[in-house]
Design a binder for this molecule. Structure first.
Ligand code: TXA
Ligand code: MG
Length: 334
């Protein structure tokens, strides 16, 4: 495994050894850890089935769970998916950025069936991360990239977290420091007549609804049905048990705080992480996964979590926390 430090905003990174190594690895069907603005991605050529199979193996991910194809521009996205008026509006408003659009897949798209799990739809995203866009452009193919964590674990927002989870499977790791958004992209489903929020994420529901001029319906489907795959209930699972909406801290617990004051018993917490002392959901999203990892590493058997409001990125944060707290059925853990 080769690991390179790259500045997020470096304009000349395409001249570097890091860029050459990443492009060569992707072209050879291997896996590269790539920072996006949301979380690190486990990247491979979306048109290469054996490379995409490598992603599922490395993550231990059920193969019905399709991957997001990352492309450099809306123009490129339109080669792989069918964009109606709604899709164009959202793409123009939020790309490049933390929004993924699920649209009908074009019959002539070279993205492999394994990447889309055989669905008639494709998830496309033009990320704000210039590193990912440059790679997609240089490789001449969309880059399939799920979050770079073992399936069912917390998403990685730093290169160290990626290496800890997946080091053995990677050819190249591009380390650009902590990812700025901290939660995954918002996924909007546009394949049916009504737009649906398939996953809350880095762009708030209300901002998307304002551009669409209509409300987003909830995702359909269940844990096992591929209509909303990847949204398995037990996901983002730390080793510790998670106790939500905690109004106090009990002996032996660690505390995931949001805002101040801290609840009763906080002085005896095994460890404390405050997502945002000023109760700001954007700041909290940035810190969420790293804070959970640190509290998990404290050895506490339970992490007590203070309530987080639903506005702004709060919906995405609450979604991830609910999954972290869900009972874990090992036979069906993704
Ligand atoms: O921010 C992000 O979106 C990150 C970065 C790396 O881009 N990626 C990410 O990928 O979170 P992943 O694979 O961990 O989550 C992608 C989600 C999964 O829940 C998957 O089921 C859903 O997107 N998805 C992909 N294609 C889909 C499709 N055609 N229809 C419905 N859901 C789809
Ligand atoms: Mg993921």
């Amino acid at each position: 495994m080769q690991r390179f430090l790259v500045e997020k905003t470096a304009t000349d990174w395409r001249e570097t050894e890091a860029f050459r190594a990443a492009v060569a690895a992707i072209a050879a069907g291997r896996l590269v850890a790539v920072p996006t603005e949301t979380v690190y991605g486990l990247a491979a050529d979306a048109t290469n089935p054996s490379a995409c199979a490598g992603i599922f193996v490395a993550k231990g991910r059920p193969s019905f769970n399709p991957l997001i194809a990352h492309v450099a521009s809306l123009k490129e996205a339109e080669r792989h998916g069918v964009f109606d008026e709604r899709a164009l509006k959202l793409a123009r408003a939020f790309w490049p950025g933390p929004l993924t659009l699920v649209v009908p897949k074009r019959a002539d798209s070279p993205v492999c069936d394994l990447a889309t799990a055989g669905l008639a739809t494709i998830a496309l995203r033009v990320p704000a991360s210039k590193i990912m866009r440059d790679l997609a452009e240089a490789c001449g193919s969309p880059i399939a990239a799920p979050s770079a964590n073992r399936s069912g674990r917390i998403s990685a927002t730093t290169a160290d977290a990626v290496v800890e989870d997946l080091g053995g499977s990677l050819d190249v790791v591009i380390d650009a420091g902590a990812t700025p958004v901290g939660v995954e992209s918002t996924i909007v489903g546009l394949a049916g007549d009504k737009p649906r929020l398939l996953r809350p994420g880095g762009i708030a529901r209300e901002d998307i609804e304002a551009v669409l001029g209509q409300p987003l319906l909830e995702a359909e489907g269940s844990d096992t049905a591929p209509t909303a795959p990847g949204m398995l209930t037990s996901h983002y699972a730390p080793t510790a048990r998670i106790r939500l909406a905690a109004g106090d801290v009990r002996p032996g617990e660690a505390l995931l705080a949001f805002g101040l004051p801290l609840p009763a018993g906080a002085h005896q917490a095994v460890a404390i992480e405050n997502l945002s002392e000023r109760a700001d959901t954007t700041e909290a999203a940035i810190r969420l996964f790293a804070a959970l990892r640190r509290l998990d590493a404290s050895g506490a058997a339970t992490i007590a979590v203070m309530p987080v409001p639903m506005g702004g990125l709060g919906e995405a944060i609450n979604d991830r926390l609910k999954r972290a707290a869900a009972p874990r059925d090992r036979s069906f853990q993704a």
